[in-house]
Design a protein around this ligand. Structure first.
Ligand SMILES: [Ca+2]
Ligand SMILES: [Ca+2]
Length: 227
């Protein structure tokens, strides 16, 4: 595992958690989602102290998520990196719940390493348990443009700004093609309250660039939902 990309991901994730803790969420309340009107209608009278099963039910129930939709930010990095310059990426998108156990999303995604980059659109779907801590499996598809490098040692230009023109091995960065990737995904969501959700995921990108370019990506996501 590439420790630098993992630590980037983990620090992003803890930043999300910090953000939510400062925004007034109470991660350890058994009636954790009282800010959601459907959850609140169901559990406005909390379970009695001795009603252990009732307490557990209200602490884990996340069926109220049906009908929610919200914006998210997401970031991740390649692990099991095949080079010294692991790919990192960032997304902004929208996710919604047609049912309590199924979500769909769409996002704009930027990925890059030191030599090449990709910009495009990502769509995906996830099946999860309708619970506060919700493991999920999903599939997704990414469409975008890739950047790559070509030789440029004969064009009379200093393409890499090293004060030498057309030195041996000089390269320049260009948009070199279209990339399609599909991926299976698994991970877990955790609802901080009735509307804030954090997510850890891992994806295996299978790309149109060939099997040598396939890669595992580990990432985190923070989403704020509303009805
Ligand atoms: Ca040069
Ligand atoms: Ca040149």
């Amino acid at each position: 595992m590439n420790l630098s990309s993992l630590s980037v991901t983990l620090s992003q994730f803890s930043a999300f958690a910090l953000f939510f803790s400062f925004s007034g969420c109470h991660p350890f309340k058994s009636r954790y989602a009282m800010d959601d009107r459907e959850y609140a209608a169901k559990y406005h009278e909390g379970a009695e102290k001795e009603d252990v099963l009732g307490k557990v039910k209200q602490a884990v129930d996340a069926r109220h998520v049906k009908g929610l939709g919200g914006w998210f930010v997401s970031g991740g990095g390649q692990f099991l990196a095949k080079s010294d310059a692991p790919i990192v990426g960032a997304e902004v998108g929208y996710e919604c719940y047609p049912t309590s156990y199924y979500s769909q999303r769409i996002s704009g995604l930027l990925m890059s390493d030191s030599n090449q980059g990709f910009a495009g659109m990502d769509v995906g779907a996830r099946f999860q348990t309708p619970t506060r801590l919700a493991p999920f499996v999903g599939v997704g598809m990414y469409n975008g443009f890739s950047r790559g490098e070509i030789d440029s040692d004969r064009d009379g230009l200093d393409n890499d700004d090293d004060k030498a023109i057309d030195e041996e091995g000089e390269k320049k960065s260009i948009v070199d093609g279209y990339i399609l990737a599909v991926y299976p995904e698994f991970g877990a969501h955790f609802w901080l309250n009735g509307s804030g959700r954090i997510t850890l995921y891992t994806r295996y990108f299978v790309t149109s660039e060939g099997r040598a370019q396939d890669q595992w990506v580990l990432g985190g996501q923070a989403t704020i939902f509303s009805r």
